[in-house]
Design a protein around this ligand. Structure first.
Ligand SMILES: Cc1cc2nc3c(=O)[nH]c(=O)nc-3n(C[C@H](O)[C@H](O)[C@H](O)COP(=O)(O)OP(=O)(O)OC[C@H]3O[C@@H](n4cnc5c(N)ncnc54)[C@H](O)[C@@H]3O)c2cc1C
Length: 494
């Protein structure tokens, strides 16, 4: 099955079963919910009605119109049923929802674009702070700044900025949310040239666990600003992001180039040599995936953000790696390249993922990945590599909460299955078996791939934050001492 939806990222995801909670029927006067400590608690009807009255947006309960849409995630493996969904219209609604969650100690998930691979933006029995109604984008062309609300999808952001020939690094699939993507770091097609998304973040408005709305920037609450850039949603709910923009396109050069898998070992060694001297303007995502006829291949997703007239010359060495199966390289708008890997909506596939950051595509890593794919054929399974070097690698590990700056690729291993269907077990086993071969090549992990409750091992989370971990724990103690924001790559305050 051709993998259309990912250009790699690193993940560990979960199967449909998550928290040991079963939906408890709401009695007329009260609603059963799950607390932060995992225990069941009861919310009185008057308390729920008070929250409803305080919100400008809707408050949804099971059975309400829109409830099922609002709890759906990109990863169809998850079918979680929150007690309450607060569909926020603005920062004031977020403050009300956070105050309610704190006062009642309700398990709380924060949802932006719903692309969490680990399913942590929706929870069984808890409160979901749903930011998807907040989608305004304001472009200041003079200052080259964008103010973006947290429910915005990257395709929407790209479109607004590209109307003025501007952009900043933002993912590879246009229906990914800016919020989660940014807070975890943010890899994207123009990342090698302009850095991670967080390297282009100039400020944010955040509702912290005590219900205050704080401005975070280099000048205001700089410690919080540091933690937001890579800390993955641990410190509060961001209600507005401000990004620096760059002149990009609108026409670039890129597209898909693929080769037969049979020659993958030699091809990938030559690919590494080509990329060693490539300019930062060239970004190539590599996937060992399958085509529409389930034939395994090596697929390059190519974006060259330099002058399009130079595209043919810059990409010639990639085209000479062998005889391409497909060659769709050519002039293309940045918006169309960003939409190139878009999934069908809603995505009908569940997925189970593992991933980690690697320092280099060494011959031994390449051979191990290829050996596994040859020994364990599964058409819905793939191994991919997304560039994380270039400008992102020239930022000091201590400059933001994103520690693993030495990595040059983010490796993602995953397998999909149709939902409903019975492929979850096989896909999960396949991915886990691959990971036993590949994990030792990783040096850290990327929090946007979201370790799940099931897979969350403290050492993996600490590896993501590396030497920044002690400073992050201190920040967590200060801004979220009760760990209200725990459904993420969690930094425990204690
Ligand atoms: C198809 C696909 C393609 C992807 N491609 C890339 C890629 O190219 N580059 C890359 O870097 N990553 C990529 N990812 C990973 C992606 O960055 C993460 O899944 C990210 O969390 C998605 O953000 P979201 O807002 O859509 O997610 P959501 O599911 O809405 O949120 C994920 C988590 O982010 C936190 N969060 C969300 N909004 C807020 C907020 N406003 N305030 C505080 N915390 C918040 C919460 O902890 C939440 O659990 C991809 C994922 C998918 C499914």
């Amino acid at each position: 099955m051709k993998r259309r939806t990912f250009c790699a990222a690193t993940v560990a995801a979960l199967t449909a079963a998550a928290l040991p909670y079963r939906r408890v029927v709401a009695a007329a006067a009260e609603l059963a919910a799950i607390g932060l400590d995992g225990r069941q608690l009861t919310l009185k009807s008057a308390e729920i009605e008070e929250l409803r009255a305080r919100l400008r947006g809707e408050l949804l309960l099971a059975g309400d119109a829109g409830y099922d849409d609002a709890r759906r995630l990109w990863n169809a493996a998850f079918n979680r049923k929150p007690a309450l969904i607060a569909r926020c219209s603005g920062a004031a609604d977020v403050i009300q929802a956070v105050d309610f969650a704190s006062a009642h100690g309700v398990l709380t998930a924060v949802r932006g674009g719903a692309h969490s691979l680990s399913g942590q933006s929706v929870c069984d029995g808890g409160l979901v702070i749903d930011l998807s109604p907040m989608r305004s984008v304001h472009i200041d062309t003079g200052a080259k700044l964008a103010r973006v609300e947290p429910g915005t999808l990257i395709g929407q952001f790209d479109r607004e900025a590209q109307a003025f020939g501007l952009a900043t690094t933002a993912g590879t699939a246009s229906d990914t949310g800016v919020a989660g993507l940014t807070l975890g770091g943010g890899l994207g097609r123009i990342g090698p040239k302009f850095g991670l998304t967080i390297d282009n973040l100039s400020g944010a408005d955040v509702v912290t666990a005590d219900g205050r709305l704080l401005r975070a920037s280099a000048h205001e609450n700089p410690d919080l600003f540091w933690g937001l850039r890579g800390g993955g949603g641990n410190f509060g709910v961001v209600t507005s992001f401000e990004y620096r923009l760059h002149e990009v396109g609108p026409m670039l050069f890129g597209g898909e180039l693929s080769y037969a898998f049979s020659g993958a070992r030699a091809l990938m060694r030559s690919f590494v040599d080509v990329m060693a001297t490539a300019p930062d303007e060239l970004c190539v995502n590599v996937d060992f995936d399958t085509d529409d006829k389930d034939v395994r291949r090596v697929a390059f997703d190519v974006c060259y953000c330099g002058p399009p007239a130079r595209g043919e010359t810059v990409l010639a060495p990639l085209r000479r790696l062998g005889t391409p199966l497909t060659d769709k390289l050519g002039p293309a708008s940045y918006v169309s390249l960003q939409g190139a890997a878009d999934p069908v909506k809603p995505n009908p596939y569940g997925g189970y993922f593992k991933g980690g950051l690697v320092r280099a595509l060494t011959p031994s890593l390449i051979d191990t990945a290829i050996d596994y794919l040859e020994a364990a054929p599964l058409s819905s399974g793939w191994i991919g590599f997304q560039p994380s070097g270039g400008a992102a690698g020239r930022v000091a590990p201590q400059a933001t909460a994103f520690w693993n700056r030495h990595a040059t690729y983010d490796m993602l291993v995953g397998a999909l299955w149709k939902v409903p269907g019975d492929g979850a077990e096989r896909a999960t086993e396949w991915t886990r078996a691959a990971w036993t071969k590949l994990e030792s090549f990783t040096e850290g992990y990327y929090v946007n791939l979201g370790e799940t409750q099931q897979d969350a091992h403290a050492h993996r989370i600490q590896a993501a934050y590396g030497g920044n971990y002690p400073r992050l724990v201190a920040l967590k103690k200060r801004y979220d001492p009760t760990n209200l924001f725990r459904l993420n790559a969690n930094i425990r305050p204690a």
